[in-house]
Design a protein around this ligand. Structure first.
Ligand SMILES: *[C@@H]1O[C@H](CO)[C@@H](O)[C@H](O)[C@H]1NC(C)=O
Ligand SMILES: *[C@@H]1O[C@H](CO)[C@@H](O)[C@H](O)[C@H]1NC(C)=O
Ligand SMILES: *[C@@H]1O[C@H](CO)[C@@H](O)[C@H](O)[C@H]1NC(C)=O
Ligand SMILES: *[C@@H]1O[C@H](CO)[C@@H](O)[C@H](O)[C@H]1NC(C)=O
Ligand SMILES: *[C@@H]1O[C@H](CO)[C@@H](O)[C@H](O)[C@H]1NC(C)=O
Length: 439
C-alpha cells in the first residue's frame, strides 16, 4: 500500500532523467531522436489552421501491367514519390544536430492517395522507412497496384488507339481536404505488354475543377496477332470460296468443298468470341465482318447445291422426283414393242412392210434420244450461265463490301467518354458554419 506510490514516483523520476539526457544533443543519437518522434504518436494528419494538407508529388513512374480486352480493364503499377511537411516532426538546430532522421513508416501519418476510377487498388509503401528532415519535411514513396475499368473504342479492332484515365487525387470534404500538387514529371516504364502497347502517359487536369488530376494513358494494339489469326484467314477463305467457282458443280464436288469452308470458318468465329468483348455500345466491326463472311459462304454453298440439282434434273423444285433417264424407258419399251409388232406384221403382210415399220421405230427412237440430249444440253448451258452470273454477283458484292468497309473505318462512329466517373455529390452544401477565426 505504501510501497506502490513510491515505486511509481521512482519510475517517473527515472523516466524524466532519461528524457533530460536524451534532450541533450551530445548524448542523444539519431535512434534516440527517432524514438522521441515515434513516442509523439503523430498518426493523425498535420492539420494547419486551414484544415488543408498539401502534399507535393514530385514524380510518378507509370507502368501498364496488362490490359484485358475482353473485360476492358487495365492493370497498372504506379510508383508515386511524394513530399509533405509535418511541422510537429521537426526539431531545431540547437537541440539535435542531425539534419535528417529515419522513422518507421507506420508510426507517422502518411497520405493515402485516392484513385477515383479504380476498381481495385493495393497500396504498398515502397520502403518501410521514411526520411524526415529537420524542418519537418517527410519524403516517402508508395507503389499502387491498380485495376481501372476503362472503355476503349474497339470498333476498328485490331487497329485501335485508346485513352485510359487513371484519376490520382487526394480527397476533399467541405472545408477540409488533402490536396495533391502533382509535378509534371511522369515517366513511362516499358511500354509493350503483349498485344497492348502503352504509347504515352501524361498528367492532365480536369478543366472544370482544378483539383481533379488524372494520368492520361494512351494505348494501342499491336495489330499483327489479330491480323494473322483473324483477318487474313477470313479473307483467304472468302477468296478460296470465290475460286471454287472453277470446280464443276455437276458431280457435287464443289458442294463438299464449300461445306468444308463453312465449317472452318465457324472455328474462326469461336476464336473471335473468345478474344473480343461482345455487346457494349460499339461492337467491333470484326463481328459484323465475320457475320457477313459467314452469310456469304453459306449463300454460295446453297447456290452451288441448287445448281447441282438443276444440272441433274432441269428443275430446282426439291419435291419433284428425279426422273429416270427417259431414253432408257423408251429404249426397252420401244424395242419390245418393235419385236411384237414385227412379229404380227410378218404374220399378216410379209417382209417389206415389217422392215419399214422397224426402220420407222428406230428413227423415232433416235429422234427421241436426240431431243432428250438437246434438252439436257440446254439445261446444262442454262446452269452454267447461272453459275457465271452468281460468280460475277459475288465478285461485285465483295468489291463493294471492301469499299464500304474502308469508308466505315475512316469515320469516327463511336465516341467513348472515360471521364464520367467523378463524384459530384461530395460538394453539396449544408447549413454548418465552416468559417474559422484564428485569434
Ligand atoms: C548536456 O551534456 C553536457 C555534457 O556532456 C552537459 O555539460 C550539459 O549540461 C548537458 N545539458 C543538459 C540540458 O542536460
Ligand atoms: C489557407 O487557405 C487559403 C485559401 O483558402 C490560402 O490562401 C492560405 O495560404 C491557406 N493558409 C495556410 C496556412 O495554409
Ligand atoms: C523527375 O523525377 C526524377 C526522379 O524521379 C528526377 O530525377 C528528375 O530530375 C525529375 N525531372 C524533372 C523535370 O523534374
Ligand atoms: C511543395 O511545392 C511547392 C511549390 O512547388 C513548394 O513551394 C513547397 O515548398 C513544396 N512543399 C514541400 C513540403 O516540399
Ligand atoms: C545549424 O547549425 C550550424 C552550425 O552547427 C549552422 O551553420 C546553421 O546555420 C544552423 N542552421 C540553422 C537553421 O540554425
Amino acid at each position: 500500500m505504501v510501497l506502490k506510490p513510491s515505486i511509481s514516483t521512482l519510475i517517473l523520476i527515472m523516466l524524466s532523467l532519461t528524457v533530460m539526457t536524451c534532450g541533450n544533443s551530445t548524448d542523444c543519437d539519431r535512434r534516440c531522436l527517432a524514438n522521441i518522434l515515434v513516442k509523439k504518436e503523430l498518426l493523425s494528419a498535420p492539420q494547419g489552421d486551414n484544415c488543408t494538407i498539401r502534399v507535393n508529388i514530385t514524380s510518378i513512374q507509370y507502368e501498364t501491367l496488362s490490359f484485358d480486352t475482353k473485360e476492358m480493364q487495365m492493370n497498372s503499377r504506379i510508383k508515386v514519390n511524394m513530399q509533405w511537411k509535418d511541422s510537429d516532426l521537426g526539431w531545431t538546430n540547437d537541440t539535435y544536430r542531425f539534419p535528417t532522421v529515419v522513422l518507421p513508416v507506420e508510426k507517422i501519418w502518411t497520405p493515402r492517395i485516392v484513385l477515383d476510377n479504380a476498381v481495385e487498388t493495393t497500396t504498398e509503401p515502397y520502403t518501410n522507412d521514411v526520411q524526415v528532415r529537420r524542418d519537418g519535411v517527410v519524403e516517402h514513396s508508395v507503389i499502387l497496384f491498380t485495376t481501372v475499368s476503362c472503355e476503349i473504342n474497339l470498333f476498328n479492332y485490331p487497329y485501335v488507339f485508346g485513352e485510359c484515365p487513371v484519376a490520382i487525387n487526394g480527397w476533399s470534404q467541405k472545408s477540409c481536404s488533402l490536396t495533391l500538387s502533382i509535378a509534371n514529371n511522369v515517366t513511362l516504364i516499358s511500354g509493350s505488354r503483349g498485344e497492348w502497347q502503352t504509347l504515352s502517359v501524361s498528367k492532365n487536369e480536369d478543366k472544370t475543377q482544378e483539383d481533379r488530376n488524372y494520368l492520361f494513358v494512351t494505348l494501342s494494339i499491336n495489330p499483327f496477332g489479330a491480323f494473322v489469326t483473324l483477318i487474313l484467314p477470313s479473307a483467304l477463305i472468302m477468296f478460296a470460296d470465290l475460286v471454287s467457282f472453277a470446280l464443276p458443280f455437276e458431280g457435287g464436288e464443289r458442294n463438299s468443298f464449300k461445306v468444308t469452308l463453312v465449317l472452318s470458318f465457324t472455328m474462326f468465329l469461336l476464336i473471335l468470341n473468345e478474344h473480343l468483348p461482345n455487346g457494349g455500345n460499339c461492337s467491333p466491326l470484326l463481328h459484323y465482318h465475320f457475320s457477313f463472311c459467314l452469310v456469304c459462304l453459306v449463300l454460295s454453298m446453297l447456290i452451288s447445291i441448287v445448281l447441282t440439282r438443276l444440272s441433274v434434273d432441269g428443275s430446282i423444285l426439291p419435291c419433284r422426283r428425279v426422273k429416270v433417264h427417259p431414253t432408257l424407258d423408251t429404249q426397252t419399251h420401244g424395242s419390245l414393242d418393235a419385236e411384237k409388232d414385227t412379229g404380227v406384221i410378218e404374220k399378216k403382210c410379209g417382209g417389206v412392210t415389217s422392215e419399214q415399220a422397224a426402220l420407222q421405230k428406230i428413227v423415232k427412237f433416235l429422234e427421241n434420244m436426240k431431243k432428250d440430249d438437246k434438252q439436257t444440253e440446254d439445261t446444262m448451258a442454262f446452269s452454267y450461265r447461272l453459275d457465271k452470273m452468281f460468280f460475277y454477283f459475288f465478285v461485285f458484292i465483295y468489291i463493294s463490301y471492301i469499299i464500304i468497309l474502308i469508308c466505315i473505318t475512316r469515320t469516327d462512329i463511336c465516341k467513348v467518354n472515360n471521364l464520367d466517373f467523378w463524384d459530384d455529390s461530395e460538394r453539396d452544401d449544408d447549413n454548418f458554419d465552416y468559417s474559422y477565426n484564428p485569434d
